[in-house]
Write a protein that binds this ligand. Structure first.
Ligand SMILES: Nc1nc2c(ncn2[C@@H]2O[C@H](COP(=O)(O)OP(=O)(O)OP(=O)(O)O)[C@@H](O)[C@H]2O)c(=O)[nH]1
Ligand SMILES: [Mg+2]
Length: 331
């Protein structure tokens, strides 16, 4: 049976044949698997592509295990992972130092950060991880920077308002960052659409316009207007502190998470340590977060929260709200 291969498939196969690294090969093979017409005549080819993908993934896993995690890999901590990205010298490291106890290198020359620096930001009763990254520029960025961004829960593009008299427009810098990431199949979005595939990821993002202490109010207002057409934007200054009190709340709400508390029957809930789950999570997600085994041994769940459910038994597909308290009864 003729395979009727599409132009997209042939392009991907050519890319595979010319690939020099395993990463490039894997990328091309995955594209081949998506674009190959699925019918009886291509079954063998599909199986062959899948076998090659599995082999490359296995090799990748093995080499990852053998390698001790390098300085550019950051272990996830807290209720969410937020990355600070942007052009050189805009105040990314200064923001990290302001929001957390971390001590990144801050300097008045560009490209002063070479490695990621994590810190923990306290927000009410949770901690959110903030990672300061080296700057992104067209001809100077390393691939691990993009990998960290792809895996983040939220990206903050940091641009600066200090160049008002040179006609330098921060929205041009924002466009460039968005494009640089799009080239690497990483889309910065207001809200995830869920329309992604194995290669394309969506990362929710905000813009922080820093160094507003150095700019005229009218200039800041004009730039904010422009930036707001891309993503939500907040004007700040890490020197005067302007706007900085609003940033933690903005980060928390952009993370799209809710806090759930648990209690033992007859006892008060522990309100100091919430579980955090994505908005839209149901009671079963909370049960699994507390203990994987509880779902199998579940008798019933009572919930307190939003004023109307005090102590009521609820089904496991009940949608949770921020601040709900659940009491799990097991056999
Ligand atoms: N006036 C003013 N200066 C700032 C502000 N934020 C940071 N700076 C200064 O700007 C310079 C660059 O700050 P960094 O925090 O190192 O900037 P960065 O974006 O991390 O720089 P790279 O890592 O090189 O990309 C330093 O001299 C800071 O003191 C601000 O809000 N206002
Ligand atoms: Mg820096």
């Amino acid at each position: 049976m003729p395979a009727n291969l599409t132009a997209d498939f042939l392009k991907a196969r050519e890319r595979f044949q010319q690939a020099s690294t395993d990463e490039e090969k894997l990328d091309a093979l995955q594209e081949m698997l998506v674009t190959i017409p699925k019918h009886k005549g291509t079954e063998k080819m599909c199986a062959d592509i899948k076998r090659r993908i599995a082999k490359l993934k296995e090799q990748e896993q093995k080499s990852k295990k053998g390698r001790s995690s390098g300085p550019e890999s950051i272990e996830r901590e807290g209720a969410g992972q937020v990355v600070l990205i942007g052009p050189p010298n805009t105040g990314k490291s200064s923001l990290l130092a302001y929001l957390t106890n971390a001590k990144p290198n801050i300097a008045d020359y560009p490209f002063s950060s070479l490695l990621p620096v994590p810190g923990m930001m306290a927000y009410q009763n949770i901690a959110i991880q903030i990672i300061d990254l080296p700057p992104i520029s067209v001809d100077h960025s390393e691939s691990w920077v993009y990998n960290i961004i792809r895996n983040a829960d939220l990206a903050i593009i940091v641009v600066a308002a200090d160049d008002q008299d040179n006609g330098d427009d921060p929205s041009a810098a924002v466009t460039q960052i968005i494009e640089q990431l799009a080239l690497r199949h990483t889309l910065l979005v207001r809200k995830r659409s869920g329309e992604t595939d194995w290669r394309r990821v969506e990362v929710p993002a905000l813009i922080v316009l820093n160094k507003c202490d150095l700019a005229r109010e009218s200039y800041v207002a004009k730039i904010i207007d422009r930036l707001a057409s891309f993503l939500p934007v907040l004007p700040v200054s890490t020197v005067s502190g302007m706007g900085m009190d609003k940033l933690p709340e903005m980060i928390f709400s952009a993370l799209n998470i809710l806090r759930i508390y648990t209690k033992l029957p007859g006892k008060d809930p522990d309100l100091a340590v919430p579980y955090t789950l994505p908005i839209g999570s149901v009671v079963l997600d909370a049960i699994n977060a507390v203990h994987r085994e509880f779902a199998a041994r579940l008798k019933f769940v009572r919930i307190w929260g939003s004023g109307k459910f005090d102590g009521q038994k609820i089904p496991t597909d009940h949608i949770l709200q921020d601040g709900d308290i659940v009491e799990i009864h097991c056999f």
